[in-house]
Write a protein that binds this ligand. Sequence first.
Ligand code: ATP
Ligand code: MG
Length: 368
Amino acid sequence: MYVRDLSISGYRNLEATTLAFENTVNLFIGENAQGKTNLMEALYVLGFAKSHRTNRDRELVTWGKDYARIHGEINKRIHSLSLDIQLSTRGKRAKLNGLEQQRVSEFIGALNIVMFAPEDLNLVKGGPKQRRRFIDMEIGQISNVYLYHLSQYHRILKQRNQLLKEYAQNRTNEATVMHEVLTEQLVKTAAQVVQRRLSFINQLQKWAGPTHRSISRQLEELQIAYVPSADVSLELDLSTIENIYANAFQEKKEQEMRRGLTLIGPHREDLAIYVNDRDIQTYGSQGQQRTAALSLKLAEIELIEKETADPPVLLLDDVLSELDDFRQSHLLNSIQGKVQTFITTTNISGIKHEVLQQAKTFHVNNGN
Ligand code: ATP
Ligand code: MG
């Protein structure tokens, strides 16, 4: 798929405009603080209905304005699609082909995006929260059902934590029927979420392994593994996963009531990333961590293409010139001619000649 044109108004520092893009490479050149990332972010919002940088939509609206609007015309493999999203302090409204969507989650994933930005190094270096966000966003864009289960899970979790907090405050060890009901509901949605995450990570590994091997010149073996908080694994069916979580909650019951908190479940789980059998979060060099993050992103392109039969759009914000020649070539070869790519840079000297030759170039200056 590719973004044919994009119209924006009231978005951050960007002047209202309509831009037509190439199906191949689109290059945005400009000094710092001119609006390059803002433009990438606007494209990202068309895919995910939220920013990659913030959860607060109001930050996306130009200072002093009431709302931001983004409109995109997308060419898919067999049809085209028109996307509209309006963001304001009073919430967001999203339209698919002119039709207002009751739930924003229905809008997510019509445009598939893979973004690689400097912050993605945090995927390896940062805390579990960042990795869970990565997993949730990526599965979310290929599965609306997953987004539904995840939001259910968080809703029930909030209620259950509230209840546990009351127990802890009252120093009671008598659980009520409510506890049983909420635990049962939590277990059901947790099993759905965890099962999907296990299969997603397994799929991602299939693509990330070979990619990483080849970027590291056959020197490194990348392994990723989902780290659940109960003893579950990929080959188990849904009801077995439910049983295992139900038992795990039973074991934790007293501790949870004492501490006033839900101690296990998808909100406490993580992704482990190993290179040559070592945890690179702890032992990896900066370069290894970057390569691993890049391998995961490239794997995502393959995975989305396989799941949706259409390659996603790739956003490279400020990262291409950060990669050495070998990694740049690898990246460019693997997307060559099949993935629409947006690249931002302050300086074209770090970018390979072949890219510059085939790119449609835009100069970004003070929001224009
Ligand atoms: P760099 O090369 O440093 O990454 P950039 O071109 O990517 O720069 P952006 O992140 O796009 O820069 O930011 C451009 C400007 O947008 C910043 O100066 C920022 O102050 C401004 N800005 C951010 N949010 C808003 C907003 N809501 N309204 C108006 N301007 C904003
Ligand atoms: Mg930027």
